[in-house]
Structure formats: structure tokens, C-alpha cells
Write a protein that binds this ligand. Sequence first.
Ligand SMILES: Nc1ncnc2c1ncn2[C@@H]1O[C@H](COP(=O)(O)OP(=O)(O)O)[C@@H](O)[C@H]1O
Ligand SMILES: CC(C)(COP(=O)(O)O)[C@@H](O)C(=O)NCCC(=O)O
Ligand SMILES: [K+]
Length: 243
Amino acid sequence: MRYLLIDNSNTRTKLSFGSRDSIESWHEVIPTVELSEQRLNQALNGQLYDAVMLCSVVPQKAELMERYFSQSPFHNLCHTSKLGIAINYPHPQQIGADRLANAVGVNALYQTPAIVIDFGTAVTFDAVGADATYLGGVIAPGLASMTQNLAKRTALLPQIELSEPKHAIGKSTTEAMLAGAVYGYRGLIKEIISKLSDEMQCTPTVVATGGDAALIAKGLPEINHVSPTLTLEGIRIAATLQF
Ligand SMILES: Nc1ncnc2c1ncn2[C@@H]1O[C@H](COP(=O)(O)OP(=O)(O)O)[C@@H](O)[C@H]1O
Ligand SMILES: CC(C)(COP(=O)(O)O)[C@@H](O)C(=O)NCCC(=O)O
Ligand SMILES: [K+]
């Protein structure tokens, strides 16, 4: 079986192929706002696959893809999918599909209990117990969302490009904003990991994924692993259970 795996998140849509055992190195990234029939045609030109596993948190784009892949075996990952984990959550239909995929990925590939942090448009924290149970988590603004909003709502603050600050005492507007964003964000992450670990009554494995994972994890010893493909791995594992 060759699976087409799609992570349709708010900023970027990542496409990959996978098998029962692993994901392939072929990889395509489409900005989610640009996702269309035409972009899918371009990306998938000449590719053969047996089934499509979609993980979407953008309903309008999910509908587009459901139509686009109507001739293929197709599944849209949700809380009722075969995931190989239990879900301890009062209204599981609320949980973002990417958060479920992250929980599936971390449960299969790392030691549990675990926390998976996805540094995307939003930053999400999801806790998985030692018994392969999804427990819930935290949603906070993503790093870029936070800094972009600051620039949008002020007259004098510019849009900044995120990178490691040189020092905390900023000597320019940009330096001051960078320190606020990166150091401030690391503080937010640390505090949330600490609170979650207290409630989980353990020292969980902490795995980071998503666009800003590498920048923020650098200098945060609380994060044990950075796994850029964790969401796709979770989608692949769900595909192996579905098809
Ligand atoms: N090439 C890139 N394109 C867009 N965002 C990027 C890129 N590289 C790093 N980023 C950062 O990653 C964040 C988006 O992460 P991503 O995991 O793609 O989000 P989502 O899963 O919500 O689509 C952006 O906010 C940005 O700060
Ligand atoms: C929290 C999210 C916006 C994260 O999306 P992302 O940043 O990966 O694009 C997404 O998982 C979502 O829309 N969730 C639904 C609400 C919930 O999980 O409770
Ligand atoms: K995501």
C-alpha cells in the first residue's frame, strides 16, 4: 500500500507518501490559502497511490479535498477513526485532527507518558498517558501569530523575522521585539510543560514538532526531542489502521 498523507493545517499543508512502515522522503508543502484543485494537480502529477489519509483543521479545504479525491479510497481523520489510542475527553469531536495525529505519532514512536508540542499557527500541547490514552492539553497563540498581531495593532512596531536574539537588552525596536518573542515564548512553553507534568504526576517525554519547533526548542532542555515529521507519522499510522 502506498498512502498519500495530507496534513492540512492553518498555515501550511504538508503532503507526503507513506507505507506500512515509514514515510517517504518525497514531500510537498503548499501554503494552505493557496490550496486548490490546480495546486493539487501540480503537486501530485504522475504520482500513484492506493489510498488518501487526510488530517485537516480547515473545514473548507477538507471539503475541497474530499471532492478532489472522490475517486480514491479516502478517509478524513477524526476522533472516531481507528487511532490505536483511547480518548479521555468529554467532547472528543472538538479535538483538532492534527492534535489527534500528534498523539498517535508520539504514542507509537516515543516513550509514554508524553507531551507533544506543535509549534504551528497555534501552539498546541497534548498529553498522552502511559496507557496510550489521549488526556487533553493546551492551546496558545503561535509564535508568529503573536508577533504579527503585535505589529498589526501598533503604529510603530514592524513585522519581524523570527530568529535567535543576541541578547535580552534590545538596542533597537527589532531586537527588543525579538527578545520578547523568543525568550518570552520559551518562558510560556516552560511554564505550561511544568503545569502539565504536575497534573500528569510524572516527568513525561516532551516531543516538539511544527514550523517553529527548532528555534524554540534550542535552549529549552525541557524538550527532549524535535520531530519535524511527527504529525505526518501519526497520519501514516492512522492510515495503516484504516486501510
Ligand atoms: N517556510 C515556512 N513557511 C511558513 N512558515 C514557516 C516556514 N518556516 C518556519 N515557519 C514558521 O512556522 C509557523 C507555521 O508552522 P506550521 O507548522 O507550518 O503551521 P501549521 O501547522 O499551523 O500550518 C509559522 O508561523 C512560521 O513562524
Ligand atoms: C488548535 C488548532 C487551531 C491548531 O492548528 P494549527 O496551528 O496546527 O494550524 C487546531 O488543532 C484546531 O483548530 N483545533 C480545534 C479546537 C481544539 O483542538 O480544541
Ligand atoms: K499543525
